[in-house]
Design a protein around this ligand. Structure first.
Ligand SMILES: [Zn+2]
Ligand SMILES: [Zn+2]
Length: 403
């Protein structure tokens, strides 16, 4: 029996042990759950904290980027605005400049137009004065024709212009150029045109030497020109000097000077021939003062010793055919002769150019029984001496298309 009680004792002990163990397990279970939850909560909290921190960082980064972008945008806008302003200013400036330019252009055009108008009126007045002088009986030209035009009245007289009526500087010359209202000498500027004169390679002495030979084509050309022009000018009165330049310099090249015995003849010739056409070129005549042919013509050129050569500012002239007007007629410039006038021949009315010319021609033919022109004389001489040989002159083909 003792053993049963002992077994029971052990059994109870074992049961208690089992209960204790179970209880302990249960207790552990509870404790483990609490710990797990605690752990979980802690982890969650940590995670939340981490997320919040990350969010804050991201937010801050974004804010910074936003700020930078905003600043950039603002700057860009400002830049754009500045550029626009600049463009507008530039545009306004250009517009203003254009307007100013247009205004100046209009003013300049107005000025040119007014100047042209004034010149036209002046020219018309001048032509009317010429006609008045030609139509009247008075030997004395009207006072308005005696007015001398001066380019620089305060400056010294230009030594070249005063001698040759031509200056390489034109009216831009710093010295004074004096233009007479009218005069006995007419100048056709650059009137005679020849390839030898416009060709830079041709030496002026060669041109001169070539002209010595009648057979030479060059001389024949000048010969034709000489008689064509002389006969045309002679219709208006007696000619006392006729010089054609063979200078190379442009302001003297081909210049043709015709001096009349009477002032009236020069005026009539100017009135009729100025702006007329010869050989396809329009003739531009001007009145000029040549006080002494000896001073105007380069003396050394005649001896072919001019040291200035092409650069010479004095007249180098062609040798006229048949020795016509070949000297200096300075002694002919006797002023008392100008008082002699053929009033009957010059009694013209204020009629058109052609009428004036017709009257002159008819008046000259009236006198033709008594007087002979230099051309007539020369031509007669030429006929007698050459008698139809190579020097026989034919009428120039240029004459027909002159007008
Ligand atoms: Zn000058
Ligand atoms: Zn010279």
């Amino acid at each position: 029996m003792g053993s049963h009680a002992e077994w029971r004792k052990i059994a109870k002990k074992q049961r208690r042990k089992r209960i204790r163990t179970f209880q302990a397990i249960e207790r552990d279970k509870v404790m483990l759950t609490d710990f797990y939850i605690e752990q979980q909560e802690l982890e969650l909290k940590l995670l939340l904290e981490q997320i919040t921190k990350q969010n804050d960082e991201e937010n801050e980064k974004w804010m910074r980027a936003e700020l930078i972008a905003n600043t950039r945008w603002k700057r860009l806008l400002e830049e754009k605005e500045r550029h626009k302003q600049k463009c507008l200013e530039q545009e306004a400036k250009l517009k203003l400049e254009w307007e100013l330019e247009q205004k100046e252009k209009a003013m300049e055009e107005e000025r040119i137009k007014a100047a042209q108008e004034a010149l036209k009126i002046k020219q018309e007045c001048f032509m009317n004065s010429l006609d008045k002088f030609l139509s009247g009986d008075s030997d004395e030209p009207p006072s308005e024709l005696k007015v001398m035009h001066e380019t620089r009245p305060d400056a010294d007289i230009c030594p070249f212009f005063s001698k040759t009526a031509s200056c390489r500087f034109g009216d831009q010359c710093s010295r004074n150029h004096q233009y007479p209202g009218i005069s006995k000498v007419l100048l056709g500027t650059n009137f005679y045109v020849h390839f030898g004169l416009s060709n830079a390679n041709v030496n002026e002495y060669d041109t001169d030497i070539m002209l010595e030979y009648d057979e030479n084509d060059t001389y024949k050309e000048f010969d034709d020109f000489f008689y064509d022009v002389l006969s045309e000018f002679e219709k208006f009165g007696r000619i006392t000097q006729f010089k054609v330049c063979n200078n190379y310099e442009k302001h003297l090249r081909g210049n043709t000077y015709v001096e009349f015995y009477e002032l009236r003849s020069a005026v009539a010739a100017y009135r009729s021939l100025h702006t007329r056409w010869y050989g396809g070129r329009q003739l531009s005549l001007q009145f000029c003062l040549i006080n002494s042919w000896r001073s105007a013509i380069c003396g050394l050129q005649l001896q072919r010793r001019c040291p200035k050569g092409r650069a010479c500012n004095f007249l180098h002239v062609f040798r006229n055919p048949n020795n016509l007007f070949n000297g200096y007629n300075d002694d002919v410039q006797d002023k008392s002769r100008s008082s002699r006038s053929s009033r009957r021949s010059w009694r013209w009315s204020e009629s058109p150019e052609t009428d004036v010319l017709k009257r002159i021609v008819s008046s000259r033919s009236e006198r033709s029984n008594n007087t002979t022109t230099a051309t007539d004389k020369r031509r007669r001489r030429s006929r007698h001496s050459d008698d139809g040989d190579k020097h026989q002159r034919r009428r120039s083909p240029r004459r027909s298309d002159r007008r």
